[in-house]
Design a protein around this ligand. Structure first.
Ligand code: FA5
Length: 365
């Protein structure tokens, strides 16, 4: 560096410098730069100052550009640019080596990479649609626990302990922490992952606000898995408690929902059935949208079961402290996933794909 400073101060006094000398000084600067980096253990910042700082050789030499005769300006300008580029390249190499910059380059004008935009899961979309349809009928969505005392999941629903009907629910039981306050029945201390949304019935009645028009949508859990069962699924439970409620009202609500959700072409049927918590009870089926009622791998006989329904059993009303002299009602509980699968245009023949997390499938909806 010294030799340049010396020559610089000599030339500065005269305020002029022969063109060839300026060019050789610039070239010498370029030649010597790598050597300077290799020889010193200067930091990136020190090198940057050395190359481009106010007191750098390059800055001083650049000042002589204005004294270069007009006819030599272009030639010297080209050399000056080459020197600058060479120093910049050395400096960015030093930056990389020092870990200051680890990208090769960044083109700020290059188009960005759009992050993939997700959407609500199809089951969530179905839940929103179901909620909207029932809202139009005056049913309000409510929430009740998805991990609950078996009092609400079974006993309060007229399904006493050891009743064989409880086996059908294939329930996951949870050991409750000693000391947690028992509810309602002394000795009844099991906690369950709710196997159906019917646990919301008595919980809703206990609020003491009449009439009731609830739609309880929640996760349910059962020890089942095959083409039409998953261990975790969703149900929506309707409950209507008022004066003089009839099966006609129930049928009207079910038909309205079936038309709004599945479309006018799908057929529904109601079969007599048995549930401990409704009397009379029904099973509600809809014609299979995959085989159009002919029978296939999913439905077997052309119909797919959506869920149960019936008039609320007086024992359940009493457990919810409803005065049965004046009030009665109906309830129904259907599977959200099954409803989605049976929806017009959806050709799903295995319920498990809904929870397979395969984006190629999910992004189609
Ligand atoms: C019940 O769970 C009753 N609580 C329904 C009810 C409510 C009846 C109110 C009367 C009054 P069921 O076990 O049939 O009923 O289940 C209802 C629906 O949940 C089924 O028809 C099906 O659509 C869905 N479902 C049940 N188990 C599964 C499962 N493992 N995977 C996916 N969907 C299921």
């Amino acid at each position: 560096m010294k030799q340049y400073n010396k020559s610089m101060s000599d030339t500065n006094e005269n305020k002029t410098i022969p063109t060839d000398q300026l060019v050789s000084l610039l070239l010498a600067l370029k030649e010597d730069a790598q050597h300077q980096i290799d020889e010193s253990d200067a930091s990136y910042e020190e090198i940057r100052q050395l190359f481009f700082g106010k007191e750098s050789e390059l800055t001083h030499l650049t000042q002589f550009m204005r004294f270069v005769p007009k006819e030599d300006k272009q030639r010297v300008g080209i050399v000056l640019n080459q020197v600058k580029q060479s120093l910049e390249a050395l400096l960015s190499k030093k930056a990389k080596e020092s870990g200051i910059v680890n990208e090769d380059w960044m083109d700020v004008t290059a188009p960005g990479i759009r992050p993939p935009v997700g959407h609500l899961h199809i089951v969530t979309q179905a839940i929103e649609e179901i909620t909207e349809i029932f809202n139009k009928l005056g049913f309000t969505r409510v929430r009740h626990p998805e991990v609950d005392w078996d009092w609400y999941a079974f006993e309060a629903l007229n399904m006493p302990k050891n009743h064989p009907a409880r086996d059908e629910w294939e329930t996951f039981l949870i050991n409750h922490t000693p000391g947690v306050k028992e509810v309602h029945t002394p000795g009844v201390r099991n906690i369950v992952l709710t196997p159906h949304t019917s646990n919301g019935q008595v919980r809703e009645m206990e609020k003491g606000i009449l009439p009731i028009r609830m739609i309880n949508i929640a996760k349910c859990y059962r020890r089942q898995i095959d083409v039409s069962h998953t261990p975790m699924f969703h149900q929506f439970e309707g409950l209507y408690i008022d004066k003089n409620v009839s099966i006609g009202h129930l049928k009207g609500v079910l038909d309205y929902f079936a038309k709004a959700f599945f479309g006018p072409d799908r057929k529904t049927r109601i079969r007599p059935f048995h549930f401990q918590f409704t009397e009379p009870s029904f099973e509600v089926d809809i014609s299979c949208g995959i085989c159009n009622g002919k029978g296939c791998r999913l439905c077997k006989e052309g119909w797919l079961e959506l869920g149960g329904a019936g008039m609320v059993h007086p024992v359940v009303l009493a457990n919810g402290r409803i005065d049965t002299t004046f009030y009665n009602g109906f309830a129904f509980g259907w599977g959200v996933e099954r409803c989605f699968m049976m929806k017009s245009g959806t050709q799903l023949d295995d319920i498990r794909v809904l929870y397979g997390n395969d984006v190629r499938f999910l992004e189609q909806f």
